[in-house]
Design a protein around this ligand. Structure first.
Ligand SMILES: Nc1nc2c(ncn2[C@@H]2O[C@H](COP(=O)(O)OP(=O)(O)O)[C@@H](O)[C@H]2O)c(=O)[nH]1
Ligand SMILES: [Mg+2]
Length: 206
């Protein structure tokens, strides 16, 4: 297993359409979740960089796929937040299909991190995203974010509830971890998972 140094990750580009993405080779791991779930914060925490992925208190204003490169051929993507959006109708119209298209078509997509606020996990749209990824056998890890907002008993209850629901909704083996960018909880688990996905020997690497 390769242990990548995520601290050297740098921003490459923002894509509003699939064709604007980098050439579809190598390995890409995507971060998905509702607006405000904590995607950008998780990428910043993972890479130990304060402003790499833009974090915002106003939800719904990241409508592009933001692409980051760790090293040549190994990338992270911050997908558009779903759920609710304050973006203009124009932006919504042009972007509404980007997320499902990306999950269904992107060949270099080899793993999906789905972030959910631990207080509001498994919304209908989260479940649709899980379904799309499992249809292509894309491995999934769920991070229950903002765990610092709950006491430990409530954290355990939410974790068990999510595992229970997943077990009868999906046959795929989905790892679920608690996470907090604020308290740095679950960061090692996330790194380990990414290291495994990035070192898959069956994937042609450039
Ligand atoms: N308490 C707490 N707040 C967080 C955490 N992660 C993110 N946030 C806050 O949640 C809001 C949305 O975070 P952001 O990373 O921009 O979410 P995104 O829309 O999914 O990219 C921001 O105000 C963050 O400061 C966390 O682990 N704990
Ligand atoms: Mg964001």
């Amino acid at each position: 297993m390769c242990n990548l140094n995520y601290c050297i990750t740098r921003f490459i580009l923002s894509a509003y359409k699939i064709f604007q993405l980098p050439t579809d080779i190598g390995i890409e791991i995507a971060f998905a979740g509702r607006s405000n779930a904590g995607k950008s914060s998780a990428i910043n925490t993972l890479t130990n960089q304060k402003k790499l992925a833009y974090t915002s208190k106003s939800p719904g204003n990241t409508q592009s796929i933001n692409v980051f490169q760790i090293i040549e051929g190994k990338r992270l993507t911050d997908l558009p937040g779903y759920g609710y959006s304050i973006a203009s109708k124009e932006i919504r119209r042009t972007c509404s299909n980007v997320l499902p298209k990306y999950i269904q078509k992107r060949q270099s997509l080899k793993g999906l991190i789905i972030l959910m606020d631990i207080r509001h996990p498994l919304t209908d749209i989260d479940n649709q995203v899980i379904k799309l990824a499992t249809q292509r056998n894309i491995p999934i890890m769920i991070l229950l974010t903002k765990a610092d907002k709950l006491m430990s008993n409530a954290i355990k209850a939410q974790l068990n509830m999510v595992l229970y629901k997943l077990s009868f909704m999906f046959t795929a083996d989905i790892q679920v971890e608690i996470f907090s960018s604020l308290k740095k909880i679950g960061v090692n688990k996330l790194q380990q998972k990414l290291n495994t996905w990035f070192s898959d020997p069956y994937i042609n690497q450039i």
